[in-house]
Ligand binder design. Structure first.
Ligand SMILES: *Cc1c(COP(=O)(O)O)cnc(C)c1O
Length: 397
């Protein structure tokens, strides 16, 4: 019997090593990795610059403490501020922690404005993490079930619905912030409309609310810009990062600017591991390689190639509802639950994910080549066709 807590429905495969966009399992079979460990391995596997930088840092110093200055954090915060347009950065170790920091920041902001019970508007189908506060912010009943009482202070509205936000503004004086993913990942690859985001920004300004963008999945170049919100030309007050930032080494960040900057003082928040020299070195190297190799433009080009390839290979195939996304965050929606495709993908030497029951989610690394993109399209189209031919459409009630 396994001594692991039973928190994952794991696939019956284990990997021993990887190279670029290919991983090899313990039996010696190789797989094309179109998932990057859920948007984490920005530079693919075994990237020489990252491996060298991590090894060098490991041989010098892994960890000190946030009781001391950490020069790598200072450099990384400068870089992130310049790229994001925000002013200051708090480092942690994961996406949920970055969002916890953002939620605490929003509440703190509310209290400075005399709101005793601050509330944050969040979205249906949002995913913000698994800690109590971020689970409460998440718009997924199944994930929340059994963990009540949830953390209070969240008001949920439909995604992409400005009128719903306005309606809350009209009757709830406790609201201090709006929190959303500009491209919902877990929820099924749903893009926020650029006009909606611009209006939301204006509404936040009108009411003095913070706009918090959860960029944990869509940030760090994945959508073809450093940050997803940059596609609509807005600047949030708070943005959170994790997944792709360290290209496999755990690191998260909560960025703040404008009204959200300068709020926390020593004692208000902290983390033992957050932003240690090793993690910051991995993040700095990830950013360096992305800039040097033009990986953000690549995300646009390769993402477009994959979407167009799938659109042409799956054209007219009934059961394919939609192919959407931006850059290397791609969803293929089917008309029926398709979780089984993950297993079929393994058999075909392909790592993919299915989210929101019916959406195949692709999150390739930013070093995916055109040939690998074509290989992905070929393998996935065949899988989808075979799957649709062997199953029945869901009967809609
Ligand atoms: C994955 C994810 C999180 C949670 O990140 P963890 O590192 O698993 O805590 C939060 N928000 C979004 C948008 C995510 O995709």
């Amino acid at each position: 019997m396994s001594h692991l807590m039973n928190t994952y429905a794991r696939q019956p495969v284990a990997f021993s090593h990887g190279e670029g966009n290919w991983v090899t399992d313990t039996e010696g079979r190789s797989y094309l990795d179109a998932l990057s460990g859920i948007a984490v391995s920005t530079l693919g596997h075994n990237h020489p610059a990252l491996v060298a930088a991590i090894a060098r840092q490991a041989s010098r110093l892994l960890h000190t403490s946030n009781l001391y200055r950490v020069p790598q954090q200072e450099v990384l915060s400068d870089r992130l501020a310049a790229l994001s347009g925000l002013e200051e950065v708090f480092f942690c170790n994961s996406g949920c922690e970055a969002n916890e920091a953002a939620i605490k920041l929003a509440r703190f902001y509310g209290h400075t404005r005399g709101v005793d019970s601050p509330a944050i508007i969040v979205m249906e189908h949002a995913f913000h993490g698994r800690t109590l506060a971020t689970l409460s912010a998440t718009g997924n009943r199944k994930a929340q079930a059994g963990f009540e009482p949830l953390v209070s202070g969240f008001v949920r509205v439909p995604f992409n619905d400005l009128a719903a936000v306005r309606a809350v503004a009209g009757h709830n004086p406790d609201v201090v912030a709006v929190m959303l993913e500009v491209l919902q990942g877990e929820g099924g690859i749903h893009l926020a409309d650029p006009d909606y985001l611009r209006s939301l920004r204006a509404l936040c300004d009108e009411f003095g609310w913070l706009l918090i963008c959860d960029e944990v999945q869509c940030g760090i170049g994945r959508t073809g810009k450093w940050f997803g919100y940059q596609h609509s030309g807005i600047l949030p007050d708070v943005a959170t990062l994790a997944k792709g930032l360290g290209s496999g080494v755990p690191i998260g960040a909560c960025l703040a600017g404008g009204r959200a900057a300068g709020l926390f003082k020593p004692g208000n928040h902290g983390s033992t591991f957050g932003g240690n020299p090793l993690a910051c070195t991995a993040a700095l190297t990830t950013l360096d390689v992305m800039e040097k190799d033009g990986l953000i433009d690549q995300a646009t080009i390769i993402g477009e190639r994959i979407r167009q390839g799938l659109a042409s290979q799956l054209a007219g195939v009934s059961g394919v509802v939609d192919i959407r996304g931006r850059g290397l965050m791609i969803g293929v929606e089917l008309d029926r639950p398709c979780g089984e495709l993950v297993r079929r993908g393994l058999d075909a030497g392909l790592l993919i994910n299915v989210t929101a029951e019916r959406v195949i989610r692709l999150l390739p690394s930013l070093v995916f080549s055109a040939e690998e993109a074509d290989e992905l399209v070929t393998r996935l189209s065949a899988l989808v066709r075979a799957f649709l031919a062997s199953t029945c459409a869901e009967v809609k009630p």
